[in-house]
Design a protein around this ligand. Sequence first.
Ligand code: ADP
Ligand code: MG
Length: 605
Amino acid sequence: MNGRVLRRAGVAAAIVLVALAPLVLGKFAVSLLNDIGIGALVALGLVLLTGIGGATSFGQAAFVGVAAYATAWLTTAHGVSPWLGLVFALALTGLAALAIGVLTLRLGGHCLPLSTIAWGISIPLLFGNLDALGRHTGLSGIPPLQIGPWRLLEPRAIYYLIWAGVGGACLFSRNLLHSRAGRAIRSLRGGATLLASVGADAFGVRLALFVTAALLAGFAGWLYAHMNRFVSPSPFDVRASIEYLLMVVAGGLGQVAGAIVGSGLVLLLKNSLQDVLPLLSQRGARLEAVAFSIIFILLLHHARAGLTGFVARWGRQRFADRIEPAHDEAAEPLPRRPMPERGSELLTVVHAVKRFGGLVAVDDVSFDVRAGEIVGLIGPNGAGKSTMFNLLTGTLRMTSGQVRFAGHDITGLAQRKIARLGIARTFQHVKLRPRMNLLDNVALGAHARGRAGVLRAGLRLERREERQIAAEARRQLERIGLGGRAHELAGSLPLGTQRILEIGRALAADPVLLVLDEPAAGLRRAEKEALAAMLRRLRSEGVTILIVEHDMDFVMKLVDRLIVMDFGSKLVEGVPAAVRADPRVQAAYLGGSPEPYPANPEAAP
Ligand code: ADP
Ligand code: MG
């Protein structure tokens, strides 16, 4: 039995259990399962937002509240159908999340979680102070849901709607995570620079994720209001938000199923604590908060992966080698961009300057690169080569100077826009997603070649495009010699191979200009030769390459032209033989480089 079959069997068993449960359980247990289902919907949003996207929200219960109050108010004050209430609730929750997201998601570090506490507190306060919302007494007399002739009054009746919702939401999330948008979401923790290097906008991705999580909370809030038929502010306060976070931590931060498991664990525990604590002390309710805090801290310290995390790791260890790569049905290749005419002017850097405070890292450097060339940028450590690459890819802003690329003035243009024009890069310090497999890492590079967003991905309406991207990623993996290892995790590769994988990701963008920062570092000799052969092949296909490399033998044999930098300035430029003979270059290298040239023993022709 392989992992895929086991997983499917697990899901099928879970569906059967969920379907049969109300037939054998009593009313109280079914009510508890309803609460667990509603909690799971909110927790699912947090799995995506916090567990996978890395943005902690202490205010998720407020979104549940916005939706619950929205439908409660509309259906009681205006007597409309709860289904209209659903539309209104989701619209209001989505808009609230959009507004809050635009205001807060750019905040870095701890500012974002702190700001979530602020709105997590203030929104429920608002509920408690608006006359139209019944102040602290809340709103009652909310109509039950009705599907055709069935009024979902009984816990058993609404049970199936709730759990169908949970199933649908899990499926949506799973589809989303295995899509173009999902790869971007899973890469958020890798930083904005990584995403921008593949043409994605980290802020936009995070905002879409934030709204998605809020809509899941909103759906839960709508169910909550029509199940309990009464709303008041307290179930939506910060304490409730923290409970939702606890669910995600207990269930498994990175797993869709963790939302259900976590909601079950926390609500069952809460229930038993409510039975037990009053026996120990009269202040049972307060003790509950203490008990939860202790459990929270213990989990964060000792079991960050949560329950499903353990299961997933066990499954991977046992079955990873047996997972059959899914073969994509023949997919039409992604469209390619036109290559510039060989020898035409492609990249022009004019008087580039970059200052870091008092340090001038790049000092008035000008050069150009013609289409179809391989140009090497060399120089001792600290010469300013990586900084130069960061300037021309838009990763860093230039202090002064100009860069033109393929007829566009790209000076000061956003990094992701430059990437979309056809400059793909690798990083001196690799930026891969270690917990994503090789295929997904490379497919991330093709981000700008697809269009489908969160909604289409979740509903699986983008399968054609996704197959094309997967096929492209496979092709690039073959090209870099890692075709057989598509399903291994990137983090398990040796560092040298990770650099090669980054080249694969860059190639998936269908680049006009490939910018490689020390791609051969950490490679063995045979691997370096394979890399050089691949880069020559790319050149013959019309790709232009700009490369920083310390291995002189490698560089001299590969490049058409060399630019030498030293102390931020351009020292020399020319064909390898001329540069090699230049006394200034020899002086610069003998003056402190870790790898002096031409004393390299491998350099002999
Ligand atoms: P190279 O890639 O040629 O080894 P770098 O471009 O990385 O050199 O660095 C050039 C100089 O700029 C170094 O002195 C380095 O310390 C400095 N530098 C690079 N990036 C930054 C930064 N973000 N902030 C401050 N100084 C930097
Ligand atoms: Mg460098």
